[in-house]
Design a protein around this ligand. Structure first.
Ligand code: GLY
Length: 469
C-alpha cells in the first residue's frame, strides 16, 4: 500500500475521529503526525510522531511540521484557535506542506460581527435583526446602557447577547434561558463588552441544526445534517457548553426538518460560498469553511453563526460512516476535484462524558459527585471491548484526557465520547449509552437525553406548532 504522511492538529475527540478515519484507509497506509493539545491516549497509540502543544500555538506547531516536512504530504486542522490565528498561512509559507483549513482571511469564525455583516449583504432573509455595541463607539457605560435599553425596548427584551470573538459557545446568553431580567442581561453583556464588541440580536424561536460542508475551493459538498446539544444538562438546562452530544438521522436531514428546510439551507450556504469564492476557484477556502448553526422557524431557517472548521461533536457523527476513503477525500480537497461524498445510510449518536467541574455540574449536583473518584484514572477498556459485540458500530474517542504512567486521566474539558451507529437513531443511541456506561472512574457524567425519543418528538411537535402559526 502507498504510504501517506498526514499532519493532524488536534484538540480532542473531533480530531481523534479524523485519525481513526485515516487509520482505516483501505488504499493508503497513513503515517500520522499529531500536534496535540494533550497526551491523548488514542492519538499516542496511532501517531508515528506525537507532540504536545498545550496552547496550540501556531509557531510551535509549525516547528513540529517543519521537522517532519519530508514525510508529510498534507495537514488538516480541527480546532478554531489555530485556524483563526492563521496556521495555514504560516505552515504553507514556511514549509511545502499544503494544509486543509481556511486561511486566516477566510476564517470568518473569528468575528461574529463580520459574519452578521456578510449575512446581511448576501442572505438577509436568513439574518436575524441585530445591533453591534462596540466599546470604541462609547465614552461611558451609561451611554451604551441607554442604547442597549432602547434596542431591548424595540425587541421586547427577546434577544440573544453574543461576543464578537469566539467563546466556544460559552459567551452567548439568551433571554428566557440564561437571564430573565434586564439586570442579569446587563451583567452578561458587560462581561463580554469588557473584552470587545457585543452583538444584541433578535432571539429566534425554533429548533437548531448543524450544517457542515467540505470545500475544495471550487465546489461545496454538503454533508448530512446533525443536531448538537449545547446546554449542559437534561431538558436543555444549565450553561452552554461545547456540545454534550449530537445525533444524525438515517437520511441527510433531521426528523423535525422538511426537505424544503434542507434545500433552503444548501441555497443559503451556497450563496455565502459564491460570495467568498468569487468567480472560478478560491483555494483559500478549502477545508470546512462553512459549519453553520441554523435555527428552523415556521418561516424557514435563520443563521445563528458560522464556524470555519468541523463541529465537535457533529463531525464525529459523520466520519465513522463515510463510505469514501477519507485520505482520498483529502487529496480531492487539495486538487480541487471534490464534487461529492457518500455516507452509509445509518443513524449515529454521539454522547460525551465530562468531568465534574465541566458545565458547573459539581456546583449544581454536588450530591452526585464522588470527590474521591475525581483524580483517579478513567478505565476505557470495557468500552473498547464492546467492539466484540458491536464491531465497527461503536467508536470510543477520548478527548480532554491524557495518558500518564500508563493510566488515562480526565482533564478539564469534555473527556470522552462514544459514537453509536445503527439502523435507527434509537439503536445508535443504545450503543452510545452502553459504551458510556462501560467507562469507569473519574466521576464523569453525561446528559441522559441526547437523541431520546422524547426529545426528538418534542422538536417535531415544536416545529409543527411553529409552521402553523
Ligand atoms: N458543537 C459546537 C461547536 O463545535 O462549536
Amino acid at each position: 500500500m502507498e504510504k501517506v504522511g498526514i499532519l493532524v492538529v488536534s484538540y480532542g475527540s473531533r480530531e481523534v475521529a479524523m485519525v481513526d478515519a485515516f487509520s482505516r484507509s483501505k488504499n493508503y497506509s497513513a503515517e500520522i503526525y499529531v500536534a496535540d493539545k494533550q497526551r491523548n491516549p488514542f492519538n499516542l497509540q496511532k501517531a508515528k510522531e506525537h507532540a504536545v502543544v498545550p496552547n496550540l500555538d501556531v509557531q510551535e506547531i509549525c516547528r513540529f511540521a517543519k521537522k517532519h516536512e519530508d514525510k508529510i504530504d498534507f495537514g488538516i486542522v480541527g480546532p478554531e484557535k489555530p485556524i483563526i490565528d492563521g496556521i495555514r498561512d504560516v505552515i504553507e509559507s514556511e514549509t511545502r506542506i499544503p494544509m486543509i483549513c481556511p486561511t486566516k482571511k477566510y476564517a470568518i469564525e473569528g468575528s461574529k460581527v463580520a459574519q452578521r455583516v456578510l449575512f446581511q449583504k448576501v442572505v438577509p432573509e436568513a439574518n436575524p435583526k441585530f445591533k453591534v455595541f462596540d466599546p470604541k463607539d462609547y465614552s461611558s457605560l451609561g451611554k451604551v446602557k441607554k442604547d442597549v435599553e432602547a434596542w431591548l425596548d424595540e425587541l421586547n427584551n427577546s434577544v440573544a447577547v453574543k461576543p464578537d470573538s469566539p467563546a466556544a459557545g460559552k459567551g452567548v446568553g439568551v433571554w428566557g434561558d440564561h437571564f430573565t431580567t434586564r439586570q442579569q442581561l446587563f451583567e452578561h453583556f458587560l462581561s463580554n463588552y469588557e473584552h470587545g464588541p457585543v452583538i444584541v440580536e433578535e432571539k429566534i424561536e425554533g429548533e437548531e441544526s448543524s450544517f457542515q460542508a467540505f470545500c475544495d475551493g471550487k465546489h461545496l459538498v454538503s454533508l448530512p445534517e446533525t443536531r448538537d446539544y449545547k446546554r449542559a444538562f437534561d431538558d436543555d438546562k444549565g450553561p452552554n457548553t461545547g456540545g454534550m452530544g449530537s445525533y444524525k438521522g438515517k437520511g441527510d436531514f433531521l426528523p423535525f426538518m422538511t426537505r424544503a428546510d434542507r434545500e433552503k439551507e444548501i441555497e443559503i450556504v451556497n450563496k455565502l460560498f459564491k460570495e467568498l469564492r468569487g468567480k472560478g476557484n478560491n483555494h483559500e477556502l478549502r477545508g470546512i469553511p462553512f459549519y453553520d448553526a441554523f435555527i428552523h422557524t415556521g418561516k424557514g431557517p435563520k443563521l445563528l453563526e458560522n464556524n470555519s472548521r468541523p463541529g465537535d461533536p457533529e463531525i464525529q457523527n459523520l466520519l465513522p460512516i463515510l463510505k469514501d476513503d477519507f485520505v482520498e477525500v483529502c487529496f480531492k480537497i487539495l486538487d480541487g476535484s471534490l464534487t461529492r461524498v457518500e455516507f452509509e445510510e445509518n443513524a449515529t449518536v454521539v454522547t460525551y462524558k465530562a468531568p465534574p467541574a465541566y458545565g458547573d455540574y459539581a456546583e449544581v449536583f454536588p450530591e452526585r459527585v464522588d470527590l474521591r473518584q475525581t483524580r483517579k484514572p478513567v478505565d476505557l477498556s470495557q468500552a473498547y471491548k464492546l467492539t466484540e459485540k458491536h464491531g465497527d458500530r461503536i467508536r470510543v474517542y477520548p478527548a480532554s484526557m491524557e495518558l500518564r504512567d500508563k493510566e488515562t486521566y480526565a482533564l478539564g474539558s469534555r473527556a470522552v465520547c462514544v459514537v453509536g451507529i445503527g439502523d435507527t437513531v434509537q439503536e445508535a443511541r443504545g450503543i452510545s449509552l452502553e459504551g458510556l456506561r462501560a467507562i469507569k472512574g473519574g466521576s464523569l457524567w453525561h446528559r441522559t437525553d441526547i437523541a431520546s425519543r422524547e426529545h426528538i418528538e418534542k422538536s417535531i411537535r415544536h416545529m409543527e406548532r411553529l409552521r402553523t402559526q
